[in-house]
Design a protein around this ligand. Structure first.
Ligand code: ADP
Length: 460
């Protein structure tokens, strides 16, 4: 095997030797040739030289071209995913080196390709065998992938490459997907279909902030929901059952109190007062439990309507006045007159009353309590601000939990049930909003409620 350079050099030497030998031969025979044939001999010599030159160049060029062609074909085959047979070794050193590096590249690519295929298969079978349904949608709203756990009632089998508007017949799911894809946002939804309850989570898959595709995960929550409904039903029935005897205990205690005409300082009077206080508390707990249970199962008749916040707060002031005056506190509301929002009036009143009542309970005498409302582009922001005892950082995270009280005694004395903030949180959530708290011990607390502006009923 020689290098290309030495092969060209060798061929040229060979060519030169032939030319020189033939030239010398002609020089020798020239004396024996008749003068009229000398020109012919010279022309023949020129033609002979040209033929030899052409032959030599052709041989060199064709040997290289042939090798290059087979290398080009091999790279095209690799490009098309066909790793086929290896390139044969060439007589030319450089081409032989090139062929062997292409061969090793082809081998390596083939191995990587096989590995990739194995990984792909593993991933595919993992996705296919997941308990949860998984589907992917392209940016032009076509199903890219669906596994076998997707309920047929949501996405029929073999819907790949078809548009979601053609294959998904469930209107709720279709609207949800279209809305979230149009706005490029993630979300989740619960869907009732043929006695099943499914939860669908929807995410956008991004690289460099560009959405590549959308992924959906479907989980069958029928059993879970049934269990939760049974539990809620139990809480509701238990609360109803408890309410009747407690109310009658309260009634009997009140009758006894009025009939016995006891001295204010007597032990009996103290007992009866304790019975009345505790029955009141039990009634409040039972009522709060019922409210939470209804809010959680969304059985509560959530009836949003266009509410003028200013008017709602003004009506509330009369209710608030009673307990505010008891502690010589002041209540001021700073609400712009034209804030309208889409809300359930009764529930929103309940939410604000709970916050104002807490502000009063956990503030000293003569302290001010403020309600301030504002709006931003997307939300109505309502703040209830007090200068009371505040809440330390360790407790702040847990105060929205049911029955969580920072100071049980204080809460009890203030008539608290430990359920008020849990109800507040649920009501805000039911309106599509949230509630947060900012507090400094011994300086005061601010509860902030964010309720979304309903685009159908814009703030005017
Ligand atoms: P409660 O009926 O005990 O007031 P809540 O759920 O309304 O129950 O509140 C939970 C706990 O959060 C209260 O027990 C109290 O410790 C704390 N808390 C609520 N509001 C305030 C406030 N404005 N200032 C200080 N602490 C508060």
């Amino acid at each position: 095997m020689r290098s290309f350079f030495s092969q060209v050099l060798l061929s040229n030497w060979f060519f030169l030797v032939i030319l020189l030998t033939t030239g010398a031969l002609l020089y020798y025979v020239e004396g024996f040739i008749a003068p009229e044939f000398k020109l012919l001999l010279f022309i023949l010599y020129i033609i002979f030289s040209m033929l030899i030159a052409f032959h030599t160049s052709f041989k060199i060029a064709s040997s290289v071209t042939q090798e290059l062609r087979s290398i080009e074909k091999k790279t095209m085959d690799i490009n098309a995913g066909d790793f086929g047979t290896l390139l044969a070794a060439s007589d030319i050193q450089e081409l032989s080196d090139l062929a062997s590096s292409i061969n090793s590249m082809s081998n390596r690519l083939q191995m990587q390709f096989t590995d990739l295929n194995v990984e792909k298969e593993k991933f595919n079978s993992l996705l296919q065998n997941l308990k949860e349904g998984v589907f992917a949608i392209s940016l032009d709203k076509k199903i890219l992938f669906q596994n076998q756990s997707i309920p047929k009632s949501l996405i029929p089998a073999n819907s790949q490459s078809r548009g979601i508007n053609d294959v998904i017949s469930n209107k709720k799911l279709l609207n949800f997907l279209n809305e979230h894809m149009d706005e490029g946002i993630d979300g989740k939804i619960g869907i009732d279909v043929s006695r099943h309850y499914y939860k669908v989570w929807f995410y956008s898959l991004k690289t460099n902030n560009q959405i590549l595709m959308y992924i959906g995960v479907v989980s069958d929550k029928t059993d879970e929901r049934e269990t939760q409904m049974l539990r809620e039903q139990f809480v509701q029935s238990a609360s109803h059952e408890l309410k009747t005897p407690i109310t009658s205990i309260k009634g009997y205690a009140e009758t006894l109190e009025s009939k016995l005409k006891l001295e204010p300082e007597s032990v009996e009077k103290k007992f009866i007062n304790a019975i009345l206080r505790n029955t009141d508390r039990m009634i409040r707990i039972v009522e709060d439990m019922l409210t939470i249970s209804k809010l959680e199962t969304q059985n509560a008749l959530f009836q949003p309507e266009k509410v003028n916040l200013f008017e709602l707060v003004q009506n509330l002031t009369f209710t608030v006045d009673g307990f505010i005056k008891l502690k010589n506190q002041t209540f001021t509301a700073e609400v712009p007159e034209k804030i309208y929002l889409s809300a359930d009036m009764v529930l929103l009143e309940h939410l604000l009353l709970n916050l104002i009542q807490n502000a009063s309970t956990y503030s000293g005498e003569n302290e001010p309590i403020r309600l301030v409302a504002n709006t931003n582009q997307t939300h109505v922001i309502i703040q209830v601000i007090d200068r009371g005892i505040g809440i330390s950082e360790t407790h702040v995270e847990r105060i929205f939990e049911r029955f969580y009280r920072v100071d049980e005694d204080r809460s009890r004395k203030g008539g608290g049930t430990g359920l008020g903030l849990s109800i507040v949180k649920h009501i805000a959530k039911l309106h599509g909003g949230w509630v947060s708290v900012d507090s400094t011990p011994r300086q005061g607390t601010t509860f902030t409620v964010n309720l979304p502006i309903d685009r159908k009923k814009p703030i005017s």
